[in-house]
Design a protein around this ligand. Structure first.
Ligand code: BGC
Length: 708
């Protein structure tokens, strides 16, 4: 393959090379222009949209035959026959929509995340898509940012799991297999920590924070052979990611050994002028290519400026050739040279197959988090219930932002889901309106109240400054309680919402996210006990907007906490520093008992091991997620107060006990020291085993060292 690549490069003109480094936007009327470029050997890739919100608009008019026609021009009519790569944002489903990525992270389940990615790739491949701009791996603890929905949340380890599982699902073991796509780890790097949660604002992160918090997920994706990486819009402490040689070339391609290609985000090269590091397009293009951005998305700056830049000596031919080499390498790995065309006769029955919908329901059920329950749940089937609230019949919000070809009409709403599971005769669906928050009825004593947020306030470009429940939703829940009803709140949201004001009025709270096509049915199965909830929060839920940013793995601050609790009389300790629901939290219908803890250092394997038993002492079979946190007590740098380092999701029948062993390797106990070195410092570590980041069942402090 490398020989073929070198031969092609030696035969290519500079125009052809720059064509390979360009991704053009596509719309219904661009077929002639794109076919011509393809024929001239100057079309590297097409983005199957003409807006940066590709994931939330359908590709109407861009059919498989349309794309095959352009491909034929490239493969059969161009001088060198290099195929075009079609890219699109398939983020959490193509037609069968899975829960948003943040919700998928709440499953803590590698296999489910991998399977969801695999189904979405399969469906997308029927539409001639070769490449998806997923997974998004930005670590985020600011729910004001609308794009938190696309992230795996606030934790580096969950980020790593999400990265590996998604890349495996999208690419498989071999990207050239049918139904597999090239993945794109994005947005490299630091986009999830933009100032004030404002989309595309700058990130003020030291290399220490960046490497310890943001880098692990990207590293995991690279270890899984992710084909491409997208450079982010944001700047990091003054350096735009898209013009950062340190981040793209030295760190990503050098230190981490990434051998695929880097694509810029939509117009990110052009935006370098807005970020003030360039005052014209040529300089922007030169900065980006020299930094290590191989393919230019949408803005056309490479094809329009790099030829003259090469002639002026601003960019060397070896830099251009290296970028082309990387793009061609991925096209070969994808098998595009052998199979450039998509089947134009895929039957509509191939989409939303029964097994896909079943998988979407499974992922949705595993993602839902039971936050409160005074025993009202599960309800017995046949209980008379009223389904209330502004989202009782909601569909578009359940699909969520970045829903690709997913259709609201295909979504099962909460009302429909409950009618299916509980019988129409037992279920009265009666959404409340802004005018009639009481929407009183005598049909039942149990009100299932659906509240949350619209998909329109989540996703790209959506930053909000207040994360409380909007409108009169709190009134709606309070009204139900004042009527003397049992209140089960079901929350459909794409981000943590500060629901402090509804907590006192709810008998149960089920966090259902924007859970995809099967979300309503999944919630109904949990409410009526067909599935025992097991999701755990991958992100902290704050008490109020003012607590942001708040995350469980913050830097050490024991002194501040102690000081506030003894000296500061006017601020209650809780409202200042503890969240409403902590990272890792989630209830079950069962009780799980932890016992027989044993710590040992396994010298043969050079790892610390903590074994314990988990017993299901409740009345329902279910899944428990046992979590292991560590704290490096004294280190050369201040380390987080705690960090998740291992976990296991265990299935337990009623009364069953299973032995769990969680392990900690040298890498697990190492960190980046602020000068770019990944170091292990021998000494004392606090190790905790718990059901969440603050519900700890066992704690030990051990002196740990490893043989070198
Ligand atoms: C987004 C990316 C997306 C790209 C292409 C950009 O605006 O930031 O996440 O992949 O558009 O649609």
């Amino acid at each position: 393959m490398e020989r073929k690549i070198e031969k092609l490069i030696s035969e290519m003109t500079l125009d052809e090379k720059l064509g390979q480094l360009t991704q053009e936007v596509t719309n219904v009327s661009s077929i002639d222009k794109l076919s011509k470029l393809a024929e001239q050997g100057m079309l590297g890739s097409c983005l199957l949209t003409d807006t940066p919100w590709a994931g939330s608009v359908t590709m109407e008019g861009i059919s498989v035959s349309y794309l095959n026609k352009i491909q034929r021009a490239a493969v059969e009519k161009s001088r060198l026959g290099i195929p075009v790569m079609y890219g699109c944002d398939i983020i959490h489903g193509s037609k069968t929509i899975f829960p948003i990525p943040l919700a998928q992270a709440a499953t803590w389940d590698y296999d489910l995340i991998r399977d969801a990615a695999s189904v979405m790739s399969e469906e997308a491949s029927y539409d001639s898509i070769h490449w998806t701009f997923a997974p998004m791996l930005d670590i985020c603890c600011d729910p004001r940012w609308g794009r938190i929905i696309e992230t795996p949340g606030e934790d580096p380890l969950i980020g790593q799991m999400f990265a590996k599982a998604s890349v495996e699902g999208i690419q498989g073991k071999d990207m050239s297999e049918k139904g597999k796509l090239a993945a794109c780890a994005k947005h490299y790097i630091g986009y999830g920590a933009s100032s004030g949660g404002r989309d595309k604002d700058g990130t003020e992160w030291s290399d220490y924070s960046l490497r310890n918090r943001a880098l692990p997920a990207f590293k995991a994706a690279i270890d899984e052979n992710v084909a491409t990486v997208m450079s982010a819009f944001n700047e990091i402490s003054g350096q735009p990611a898209t013009s950062s040689k340190y981040h793209l070339t030295d760190l990503l391609k050098g230190e981490l050994g990434f051998d695929g290609f880097v694509v810029s985000d939509f117009d990110a090269v052009k935006r370098l002028t807005c970020q003030g590091v360039s005052d014209n397009d040529e300089t922007s293009a030169v900065l980006a290519i020299n930094a290590g951005v191989d393919m230019d998305m949408a803005d056309g700056l490479y094809k329009n400026n790099l030829k003259s830049a090469v002639e002026k000596g601003l960019v060397s031919m070896s830099v251009i050739d290296e970028a082309v080499r990387r793009v061609l390498r991925i096209k070969f790995r994808m098998g595009l040279f052998d199979n450039p065309y998509a089947d134009e006769n895929v039957s509509p029955e191939e989409y939303m197959k029964k097994e896909y919908l079943e998988k979407a329901k499974q992922v949705s059920m595993h993602a839902m988090v039971l936050l409160q329950n005074n025993g009202v749940l599960p309800l017995a089937k046949g209980t008379k219930v009223s389904v209330k609230g502004p989202m009782a019949e909601e569909k578009p919000a359940l699909l969520g932002s970045w829903h690709a070809e997913g259709q609201a009409d295909d979504v099962v709403s909460l009302g429909e889901g409950i009618q299916k599971i509980n019988g129409e005769e037992n279920t009265f669906v009666h959404p409340c309106t802004q005018e009639d928050m009481y929407c009183n009825d005598d049909f039942s004593n149990v009100y299932i109240v659906a509240v949350g947020e619209s998909e329109k306030v989540t996703g790209e470009g959506c930053t909000i400054s207040n994360i409380e429940l909007s409108g009169r939703q709190v009134d709606c829940i309070r009204a139900a309680k004042e009527l003397g009803k049992k209140v089960v709140a079901v929350i459909f949201a794409g981000r943590p919402l500060a629901i402090t004001s509804i907590v006192p009025y709810c008998d149960a709270i089920l966090w259902a996210w924007h859970g995809g096509t099967m979300c309503g049915e999944a919630a109904a199965e949990i409410i009526f006990g067909d599935f025992n909830p097991s999701g755990k929060l991958p992100v902290t839920i704050p008490r109020s907007t003012g607590q942001i940013p708040i995350c469980y793995n913050h830097q050490r601050n024991e002194y501040v906490k102690a000081w506030y609790s003894t000296h500061h009389r006017y601020v209650s300790k809780d409202s200042l520093s503890t969240p409403l629901f902590e990272f890792g939290f989630g209830l079950s219908y069962s009780d799980y008992q932890y016992s027989n803890f044993e710590y040992r250092f396994n010298s043969a394997c050079q790892q610390a091991e903590i074994s314990f038993d988990v017993t299901n002492s409740g009345d329902h079979e279910g899944y428990e997620i046992a979590q292991c946190y560590i704290c490096d007590i004294v280190a050369s740098m201040s380390r987080p107060v705690k960090e998740l380092k291992a976990f296991e999701k265990i299935h337990l029948k009623k009364g069953e006990t299973k032995k769990v062993t969680l392990t900690l390797s040298k890498d697990d106990l190492s960190f980046y020291d602020g000068r770019g070195n990944f170091v292990f410092e021998e000494g004392e570590f606090r190790i905790e085993i718990g059901k969440s980041s603050s519900n700890i069942c066992f704690e030990t402090t051990e002196y740990i060292s490893f043989e070198s």
